[in-house]
Design a protein around this ligand. Structure first.
Ligand SMILES: Cc1cc2nc3c(=O)[nH]c(=O)nc-3n(C[C@H](O)[C@H](O)[C@H](O)COP(=O)(O)OP(=O)(O)OC[C@H]3O[C@@H](n4cnc5c(N)ncnc54)[C@H](O)[C@@H]3O)c2cc1C
Length: 309
């Protein structure tokens, strides 16, 4: 009789996977050293918290890179700087951000999105930059950062450049990062006092990735919407800005009719798939419902602040 697998036994390694101790491991202590290590090993992978990468290496979905370059001990990638813009270093963990009072007060939608990621254990090692660079269509923090108009600071062999987050994603697991480049920081403009933002998501069970997530941002002045952004996740190959919804709302006064239109337009603006988590139709409907509720809550909040007539 064939032997029954025992849960305690080590599984046989598949031909696609490597034992973790066979990877070369670099631990640079400066940005220059990190970039040089990557120049010497162009096929190496950046390693931040490892909550995506280590799983992918074990299941063979990350190929077999010759080396891992840790970003955790690079001082230029650490810390949250509060200057003209807020600069969040690429090695800052979601746990650090969750505890930062200024981030929670200024960027409530980001705070809500971070709280939705995995568990406290995951958030204590996972980074914001890693969530973006993994480029999953369901990356929760991407929706929030999209509505804040976030930019990414990118460092590479040719120096530094900036890219707007909405132009960063090119497909599932792929981004505009070029060979040898890394994201060194996330840059956020500080929203004015008349701004409001929120994040909502629905998942099947705790710790599951989002079936659908949305984020919404408005600025309202004298009863009219003067700035608006909307985004959705798990409903297209990349995290998505819903520009049709934004165009509909811009310059309008909040109303019940407008909220109804958000719902139908949001449902039409996405291109979800059917998978084990939900059907395409359910995801469309859910996007509309979650976004309508998000804007409804924001309009109520702005009325309470006295921004609406
Ligand atoms: C149990 C569990 C639950 C989870 N739940 C959620 C969830 O609810 N929502 C959600 O959105 N995610 C979830 N995740 C996914 C994961 O935790 C996040 O995507 C995390 O933020 C990734 O960050 P990291 O620092 O661990 O990245 P890593 O795993 O280290 O890296 C991820 C990818 O980004 C690259 N990378 C990392 N940093 C940089 C950089 N600075 N520049 C360039 N490339 C870089 C790496 O090479 C790798 O390809 C979950 C994961 C687990 C294991």
């Amino acid at each position: 009789m064939p032997k029954k697998p025992n849960a305690c036994e080590k599984p046989e390694s598949s031909p696609d996977t490597k034992n973790m101790d066979t990877y070369q491991y670099h631990r640079p202590t400066s940005l220059a050293e990190a970039l040089e290590a990557r120049r010497q090993e162009p096929e190496a992978r950046w390693l931040a918290g490892g909550t995506d990468l280590m799983v992918q290496l074990r299941n063979g979905r990350a190929g077999t890179p010759p080396a891992l370059i840790s970003l955790r001990h690079v001082p230029e990638l650490k810390g949250i700087e509060d200057g003209e813009r807020v600069r969040i270093g690429a090695a800052v963990t979601l746990g650090e951000l969750a505890l930062n009072e200024s981030i929670g007060r200024r960027f409530p939608a980001l705070h809500e999105a971070i709280a939705a990621v995995g568990s406290r254990q995951i958030r204590n090692v996972a980074t914001l930059a890693g969530n973006l660079c993994n480029a999953s269509p369901s990356a929760d923090t991407a929706q929030a950062l999209l509505v804040y108009g976030a930019c990414l600071e990118i460092s590479g062999p040719d120096g530094q450049r900036e890219i707007v987050l909405k132009d960063f994603f090119t497909g599932p697991g792929s981004t505009k990062l070029q060979s040898g480049e890394l994201v060194s920081a996330i840059l956020l403009a500080k929203p004015p006092g008349n701004a409001g933002a929120t994040f909502r998501r629905k998942a099947r069970v705790a710790m599951d990735i989002a079936t659908v997530s949305v984020a919404a941002y408005v600025e309202i002045e004298d009863g009219c919407i003067t700035k608006v952004r909307a985004s959705a996740g798990s409903v297209a190959p990349t995290p998505l800005r819903l520009t049709a919804v934004e165009e509909l709302l811009m310059g309008q006064a909040p109303s019940q009719e407008l909220l109804q239109s958000i719902r139908s337009l949001a449902s039409e603006s996405v291109s979800p798939i059917t998978d084990i988590r939900a059907s395409e139709g359910y995801r469309r409907r859910l996007t509309g419902v979650l976004l309508q509720r998000s804007f409804e809550a924001l309009f109520d909040m702005q009325t309470a602040k006295g921004c609406t007539r």
